[in-house]
Ligand binder design. Structure first.
Ligand code: WTA
Length: 617
């Protein structure tokens, strides 16, 4: 029975593979599974170039139809047809080749939300280079860690970025990162003029990108890739150690991006799709670039913040460009909700058909507001659960097929075998809570961690042999719907940013006189979760401000904790383990519910910590 079912599964996946334009169509679907070394391949004998699915076929069929609309925060608008976008990508691809990039080389992209951020990703794909997009909010040290890990030969950055009234010195930060990087893989830095500011250029290494593009040919023969060749590496944080570069591949990832974009949002070539994510996030990779473009959907990109220069700016963007599907994060939804409903009442938002949410749990409040006020009660809200590792959406109320319900991700998409396992690995059947695992592969899964397949196996497949463990827990409700309840590892989700508490702790430990520390997540009204650090520091050692600055330096300002409490000691078990559960409750001011303290080595420590938190610092 099982094998007959699997044979049908192969038929299903082979049908799905036909979404892409292949140079050589694959003849087999999945090979390998989650046992042993978890080496899985999909469509392995197929050959393709992903950009032919995203660009060439649409440029041939509908050259003048709109592929991408970009609006700058100053109101400037760029509209590119499929023919235009293909030409821009080819120019950039030729510029990269001219700068010495070859198939298989890594290219680091460090750009703001300008058209070139999308063009550069596709240009890498065009020539078979592996892009690694780096978040503009990383500190120089955060960038250097990733450059050393991914060893790119070339970096594309910008002179500066605009962010509301602020100017972000992208090139300066990249220079600092390159001087800190211990490796010397980077031979060339291409600098895009965004604000036109004068920035220092290192002779022999740095080149202005503009002139290179102007001189480049508008046609570029695509490199033909094997389905399992890497398409990109993207870094994310886990519970231990340094950030991991998840590797996604040219064939399976693209099939999953296309399938999920179509099924979750009911999206096709008539839609104007706006995913507000930055391209440095997996959401930007899959739903700003690869999914919608593969499906011939018009992509909208906006450069700026939801409420700058005035509240309601994002709503104006929707009205101005006739956005039909709007996909954003609970953090953005909560921020816009806080501005009040008057701002919304003044906008039509008539073009909207489907709303989506991603990145963190969307509580019932934010869900209901999004549904009632943005969707005016007529648009389904698609709450999508997935991860950098999964490549695309896994659990969501597929628009038009599954009834949404506030705060619940609902059902796995076709082909997703979601299971809940208890601590002993026993499946939770029917209603109940457990650790969310995936019992079988799907084409979009990351294949490995860049440079360390052992770490990939240990991180995802060791907890429950034969299963991919997500790090999240979930509850299956009476009707079979999945409600994601949050991370069960030491990862905190601040405004959708995954932050490993171990990374925060190692930054704080560099502080003068710091003896030990613990970072934890607490509920936060706007950010979803906020970080709080408890640190034991010797007299005369670093204070709160100095410790926060260390986190900003090591990771980036987005990771700076809400508070650093300087305490005399941390609550520990008799065997010396820090009891984080207690710290979470104290930081969340739930001191009535601390439970049994008798197993602590020093129960009195708790009272002293509470006094510090209640004293406000
Ligand atoms: C969390 C983002 C609840 C979850 C695509 C997951 C969510 C982590 C949801 C992945 C959701 C993402 N409801 N929690 N709809 N979507 N998460 O890798 O903890 O940046 O493991 O990928 O975000 O974050 P990542």
């Amino acid at each position: 029975m099982a094998s007959a079912w699997k044979a049908d599964a192969a038929t299903f996946w082979m049908q799905q593979s036909a979404r892409l334009l292949w140079r050589e169509a694959p003849t087999q679907a999945q090979a390998g599974d989650f046992t042993g070394t978890a080496h899985v391949t999909w469509f392995a004998d197929g050959r393709l170039n992903p950009t032919e699915s995203c660009l060439d076929r649409h440029a041939a069929a509908r050259p003048d139809a709109c592929a991408l609309i970009w609006e700058g925060q100053d109101g400037r608008t760029i509209r590119l047809s499929w023919a235009d976008l293909l030409q821009r990508v080819c120019r950039m691809a030729n510029a990269l080749r001219e700068a010495g990039v070859a198939k298989g080389d890594r290219v680091a992209l460090h750009l703001p939300a300008v058209v070139e951020s999308v063009v550069a990703m596709l240009a890498c794909a065009r020539i078979g280079a592996v892009h690694m997009v780096l978040f503009g909010g990383f500190s120089a040290e955060g960038l250097a860690d990733r450059l050393d890990d991914g060893t790119p030969v070339l970096v594309v950055t910008a002179d500066e970025a605009r962010r509301g009234a602020k100017i972000i010195p992208m090139k300066r930060t990249m220079d600092d990162a390159l001087s800190r990087a211990t490796g010397d893989s980077v031979r060339t830095v291409l600098v895009l003029a965004v604000t036109g500011a004068d920035v220092p250029m290192t002779a022999g290494r740095d080149r202005a990108l503009g002139p290179l593009l102007d001189g480049a040919d508008t046609a570029c023969a695509p490199a033909i890739l094997a389905a399992e060749d890497p398409l990109f590496v993207l870094y994310t944080s886990g519970s231990t150690g340094k950030p991991k570069g998840l590797v996604h591949v040219a064939g399976g990832y693209m099939v999953w991006a296309s399938l999920t974009h179509e099924v979750a949002f009911g999206c096709g070539s008539e839609d104007v799709f706006w995913c507000t994510a930055d391209t440095s996030w997996i959401t930007g990779h899959t739903y700003v670039v690869y999914g919608p473009l593969a499906n011939g959907t018009t992509v909208l990109m906006y450069e700026g913040l939801p409420s700058w220069p005035t509240p309601g700016r994002w709503w104006d963007v929707i009205d101005r460009h006739g956005v039909t599907v709007f996909y954003t994060s609970p953090t953005a939804i909560r921020a816009m909700k806080a501005e009040g409903n008057d701002i919304l009442e003044a906008r039509g938002l008539d073009s909207l058909r489907v709303l989506g949410s991603v990145g963190e749990p969307i509580g019932e409040d934010a869900w209901t507001w999004f549904h009632d006020h943005v969707g005016k009660g007529r648009c389904p809200v698609v709450d999508t659960w997935w991860q950098t590792e999964t490549g695309g959406i896994m659990i969501a109320p597929a628009a038009g097929a599954v009834a949404p319900r506030p705060g619940v991700a609902t059902r796995p998409l076709p082909g997703v075998e979601a299971v809940l396992l208890d601590a002993a690995g026993v499946p939770v059947v029917g209603e109940g809570e457990g650790n969310l695992c995936l019992a079988a592969s799907w084409p979009g899964q990351a294949r490995t961690i860049w440079g360390s397949h052992d770490r990939f196996v240990a991180t995802y497949f060791a907890t429950y042999p034969g299963h991919y463990f997500t790090g999240d827990a979930a509850r299956r409700e009476a009707d079979g719907y999945f409600r994601i309840t949050g991370r069960v590892d030491d990862v905190v989700n601040v405004s959708g940013h995954r932050i490993g508490t171990a990374e925060i702790e190692s930054a704080v430990m560099r502080g003068e006189g710091v003896v030990e520390c613990a970072a934890i997540g607490v509920p936060h009204g706007l950010k979803g979760e906020g970080l709080v650090v408890f640190a034991v520091v010797q007299p005369g050692g670093a204070g709160e401000a100095a410790l926060k600055a260390l986190v900003a330096d090591a990771i980036g300002r987005y990771a700076v904790p809400e508070a650093v409490y300087l305490v005399a000691d941390l609550p520990k078990t008799r065997s010396g383990k820090i009891v984080r559960r207690l710290l979470r409750k104290i930081a969340a001011r739930e001191i009535d519910a601390l439970g049994d303290l008798s197993t602590l080595a020093d129960p009195d420590a708790v009272g002293r910590i509470i006094a510090v938190v209640q004293g406000g610092g």
